[in-house]
Design a protein around this ligand. Structure first.
Ligand code: MEV
Length: 430
């Protein structure tokens, strides 16, 4: 992989963009055609879910300029919302001036839950489970020899007493399972189902639910970036034409973050902005975006008050520093990641060899996306950015191509008239 910094990428034709992306990851012809066609046919989709009648496509774009842990990476993003790919790419460009994104992950530990009801003495039963912990872990460990071979398996067992529930008290047993490069739901659910009869014998109760928790707070991905304050200067300014100094933009972003940190109504939207980037990569790689969404929002509420997943502050030199920390239960083996040809090509493009590497890229994209939204909101507002993308689409619809797209779009934006009839007129005059 060469550089992820490709000036003028958006001005190239679709075929040129595809060819350039493909060459940087040695994608084969079938991998390329998976992206061109969406990767599935109705026939190949048929066994994936029930009652299949067809396919539903999304645009796939490339997030540019990303450097994650010193490595250049082109990021595949499947998303229908304009400005998401452009916003992430632009912020990644600012971040690369400060060394890019620094990201880490914990071990890929997932939690499986077993709900034990009808227990006569909860405290006694809890300790009895702990007495058999080694045995239970050994049994859970033996369930998936492949996972074990790759270094995964059962790691720990924890027992909680939930006293106040609508049905009274019960026990919850957490099985902590290292799922390595899998998303892990299948391995964990199987292990919980397998352990349940033993838990029933030990406690004298009944194991009711046996299922993975999407609050994957043992499987965390973290990213940080530093944006030199000079990079934040905005010559173009707000709709009234006022330019912004780097310090003003930085402080505006910090104040915008403070709003989300203090108010759940704002935090929900702030975190949605993060998920615009996160979900786009999760989707492009065939991962379970509902699991990621559930984990993110539950984690954001872990203190008892829903708050921002990210932080934005300044460092001793006055540069802007962003951090993001969230659960990231993504895999690169199993599920759609392995059977969906477009998802396989997306994983190959990023050159990731482990699920942790993928998680590190995704959390970096989430941070970039968050900053894109905050920068726009703290300065010109988000409509201007949306408007220019919309204007490009209208220009194309009016028949513009190549350099004319930008010219027609720019004129419509400056006139604040983004309409197909105006685009046609401008095109005629050009
Ligand atoms: C829109 O999809 C996302 C934003 O609302 C995020 C935010 O407000 O931070 C712009």
């Amino acid at each position: 992989m060469g550089t992820s910094r490709i000036p003028g990428f958006y001005n190239k034709t679709l075929a040129e963009r595809l060819a350039q992306t493909a060459s940087s990851a040695d994608l084969t012809a079938p991998e390329l055609s998976a992206w061109e066609t969406g990767g599935l046919t109705p026939e190949s989709a048929d066994p994936m879910i029930e009652n299949v009648v067809g396919l539903h496509a999304l645009p796939l774009g490339i997030g540019l300029n990303f450097v994650v842990n010193g490595r250049e990476v082109l990021v595949p993003m499947a998303v229908e919302e304009p400005s998401v790919v452009a916003g992430a790419s632009f912020m990644a460009k600012l971040a690369r001036a400060g060394g890019g994104f620094h990201a880490t992950t914990t071990d890929p530990l997932m939690i499986g839950q077993m709900q034990v009801i009808n227990v006569i003495n909860l405290h006694e039963a809890k300790l009895k489970i702990y007495e058999k912990k080694a045995e239970l872990l050994a049994e859970a460990d033996s369930i998936d020899p492949i996972l074990k071979k790759f270094g995964g398996g059962a790691r720990d067992l924890e027992v909680r007493i939930l006293e106040d529930s609508p049905i009274g008290g019960f026990l919850v047993v957490h099985l902590i399972y290292d799922v390595r490069d899998a998303m892990g739901a299948n391995a964990v659910n199987t292990a919980c189902e397998r352990l349940a009869p033993r838990i029933e014998v030990i406690t004298g109760g009944k194991v009711h639910l046996r299922i993975l928790s999407n609050l994957a707070d043992r499987r965390i991905a973290r990213a940080r970036c530093t944006i030199p304050v000079s990079e934040l200067e905005m010559g173009r300014g707000d709709p009234a034409g006022r330019p912004y100094s780097g310090e003003e933009v930085r402080d505006g972003i910090i104040a915008a973050y403070a709003f989300a940190a203090a108010d759940p109504y704002r935090a929900a939207t702030h975190n949605k902005g993060i998920m615009n980037g996160v979900d786009a990569v999760v989707l492009a790689t065939g991962n379970d975006w509902r699991a990621i969404e559930a984990g993110a929002h539950a984690y954001a509420a872990r203190s008892g008050r829903y708050t921002s997943l990210s932080t934005w502050n300044k460092d001793a030199d006055g540069n802007l520093v962003g951090t993001l920390e969230m659960p990231m239960a993504v895999g690169i083996i199993g599920g759609a990641t392995k059977v969906h040809p477009a998802a396989k090509a997306a994983v190959k493009l990023m050159g990731v060899k482990t699920a942790s590497e993928l998680a590190e890229i995704i959390v970096s994209v989430g941070l970039a996306q968050n900053m894109a939204a905050l920068r726009a909101l703290a300065t010109e507002g988000i409509q201007r950015g949306h408007m220019s993308l919309h204007a490009r689409q209208v220009a194309i619809a009016a028949g513009a191509s190549g350099e004319l797209i930008e010219k027609v779009a720019a004129q419509m934006v400056s006139e604040k008239t983004v309409r197909i009839d105006r685009a046609e007129e401008i095109l005629k005059n050009l």
